[in-house]
Ligand binder design. Structure first.
Ligand SMILES: [Zn+2]
Length: 506
């Protein structure tokens, strides 16, 4: 039964990260050419005129070194640039300056967490290498015309190419890794890493493995080119995975072919299309770039760059979890938005001060309050910001006021409806929650005498709902709770109201 064979999948990625330096990799042209008219940010160097010489951009090298260290790579004490020769209209020099056999960084890794734990909960993705190179120009194909145009603004833009080992077992793992890489690039401030703008580009390799007659066998590799969104990476890999499996099961040539094919992703039809069948022996005739000296890094220089690294996403998640006892999901959301994470941490330290004043620094109460703060930040606050299109640092809400609000919720002094109203208000106007609660008398009614009286009044006034409840309609009590809450102007403590009602109705 060939169709029931268990298959495994092997996926590897090659990623280009566009570095956000001020100038290009080997000349002084602006690196912001994508925002300028075509062919205006060019010079004889990046146009490949005879007699010009490249000059290394030190900022790009530093960014590449930072990325290498953040990816846990070893920085080679000596690395060099090479010429990769090929002929194409987007390559004015007839070769690309890249790094061949001595890349900047080697042997790194990134740990990722996989939601849903399928087929594993965490994975260590090894990084084979990180090297620096220059980008080619951009070809534009006018629709409905057989003419192609070329814009040299992009020629010479610095890129870091990152190659992973084939360590991904599912398309989802590949997507999560790429999202982590984007976050890493943003934390390091080396790239906007925006896939839609082509600042983060990805090619993916996939093959399938199974066991036949007791022997492990593997298919030929498919290489999927130029994936330009996270969704496309996942979908294209899923499609190609299924296609390879079907072809294998049907006895196709994927079983015997010994070279890889190139496929493209057709976004509109959500399928891969084979672009190159034939084996192409690429002979780039690499040789060392004679016009650039090798890159040398001393231990001291590497230590100095390492010391400059900010706290990275993975470390930050772990610290938030261990310091504040919040969930991994909350930590993930906070770390994805640096401004929100620092707002949360500032609010935590304000909250500390409040809680010590209110409850004598009780640890259990503190932990409960941190969790409450994290839940309110991640769910309510983030939702409100998203719905109003605001960023936290543009709103009127201060960490101090957020902490105050959470302290009131933690102490059961206001209910969540009131808290939500205060939160909405304080995004628009700088108000002090304590003052608003006092002035508008919003403090929660938790006086069981008053709640009991009000509950009795509502029971007397609503015989139908009472009859329904007694007939077994549990939901009828929610109506009664709502009526009591209305009578108490939304300030009653819901659990207490329900308890009092049940007491009366039992
Ligand atoms: Zn130039």
């Amino acid at each position: 039964m060939a169709s029931n064979l268990p298959f495994e999948y092997t996926i590897g990625l090659e990623i280009h990260v566009q570095l956000k330096t001020a100038s290009k990799m080997f000349c002084r042209c602006s690196n912001a050419g994508e925002n300028e008219s075509p062919n205006t940010t060019v010079c004889p160097v990046c146009m490949g005129h005879p007699g010009t010489l490249p000059v290394m951009n030190a900022a790009a090298v530093r960014m590449g070194a930072k990325a290498s260290l953040a990816l846990n790579c070893t920085i080679n004490e000596e690395s060099k640039f090479d010429r990769k020769n090929y002929f194409y209209p987007d390559l004015p020099k007839g070769y690309q300056i890249s790094q061949y056999d001595q890349p900047l960084g080697i042997h790194g890794y990134v740990d990722i967490a996989i939601p849903g734990d399928v087929p594993r909960s965490t994975a260590r993705i090894r990084i084979r290498r990180l090297h620096l190179e220059e980008d080619a120009a951009k070809l534009l194909h006018a629709p409905g015309s057989d003419v192609s145009l070329v814009d040299f603004n992009r020629a010479g833009t610095p890129l870091a190419e990152i190659v992973t080992e084939p360590d991904f077992k599912t398309p989802l793992e590949a997507k999560i890794f790429l999202q982590e890489l984007r976050l890493l690039a943003r934390y390091l401030d080396i790239s906007s890493a925006d896939m839609e703008k082509g600042h983060l580009r990805c090619d993916a390799n996939i093959s399938i493995q199974t066991t036949e007659d007791g022997a492990e066998v593997s298919s030929a590799i498919s290489e999927i080119k130029n994936l330009n969104s996270f969704r496309a990476v996942e979908r294209a890999l899923e499609y190609e995975r299924n296609r390879l499996r079907e072809e294998w099961t049907a006895g196709g040539e994927v079983r015997t072919r010994n070279y890889k094919i190139t496929v493209g992703w057709d976004e509109q039809n959500q399928k891969t299309i084979v672009q190159r069948w034939k084996e192409e022996a690429h002979d780039y005739r690499y040789f060392p770039e004679p016009d650039l000296p090798p890159l040398r890094f001393s231990h001291e220089a590497i230590d100095e760059i390492r010391a400059e690294l900010p706290e990275l996403p993975q470390q930050k998640r772990q610290r938030l979890i261990s310091t504040y006892g919040i969930s991994l999901d909350d930590a993930r959301i906070l770390v994805d938005d640096r401004a929100l994470a620092s707002f949360f941490e500032n609010a935590c330290s304000e909250l500390d001060a409040w809680l010590c004043a209110l409850s004598g620094c009780d640890d259990a109460f503190k932990e409960k309050s941190y969790k409450l703060l994290s839940a309110w930040t991640v769910n309510k606050l983030q939702g409100l910001l998203a719905s109003t299109g605001q960023y936290i640092d543009q709103s009127k809400l201060t960490p101090e006021n957020m902490a105050q609000l959470i302290a009131y919720i933690a102490e059961d002094k206001i209910n969540s409806t009131t808290a939500q109203e205060i939160l909405e208000h304080s995004l628009k106007t700088a108000i002090d929650p304590a003052q608003m609660i006092k002035e508008q008398g919003l403090e929660q009614v938790s006086d069981s005498g008053l709640i009991g009286q009000t509950a009795q009044k509502i029971v007397d006034a609503n015989p139908d709902a009472v009859a329904n409840y007694k007939a077994g309609k549990e939901n009828a009590i929610m109506f009664l709770v709502g009526q009591v809450m209305k009578e108490l102007k939304g300030k009653g403590q819901p659990e207490l109201i329900r308890d009092e009602l049940k007491k009366i109705l039992s």
